[in-house]
Design a protein around this ligand. Sequence first.
Ligand code: CMP
Length: 156
Amino acid sequence: MKAQRSVVLVKPDGLQRGLVGEIISRFEQKGLKLVAIKMMRLTDEILDEWYAHHKAKPFFPRLKSFMKVAPVVAMLWEGLDCVDCVRILTGITKARAAEAGSIRGDLAVSQQLNLIHASDTLEMAKKEEKLIFTKDEIFEYKKDIEVFVYSEEERE
Ligand code: CMP
């Protein structure tokens, strides 16, 4: 299978609201494979790189301090077309306008406190994976259930 990997962060609001388990469940139930998970505090160094494309935005300083008010839970999910799949499950940035059924659509109302970060593109996913995880934190393993998750053709 030509699987992609996508980085998900449960943001400080998700941790404080006790939604870590619910968020992990959404991705697990979808059929994605968890290949890395850890709790960490984001540093200015990581955030400047992580949100480099938002640096000129008026909300950037507030966004940066919000991402440091509590630790985040960082995860790496794997699957076919994983980047798009995770983004659809996540819902759009402005949570109160996000589609019902998505994580933000069901569980949040804010544009800033929108519970999770999900990689935008495959290119961003690769950059974010390197910023957050070391090689030995990422696990390769076989999930036998995959024969009931993907077709034979999709697994090739
Ligand atoms: P995300 O899409 O994960 O990455 C950029 C983040 O910036 C976004 O989630 C929000 O948390 C935050 N953000 C986006 N737009 C605004 C805004 N207008 N005001 C405050 N925060 C924002």
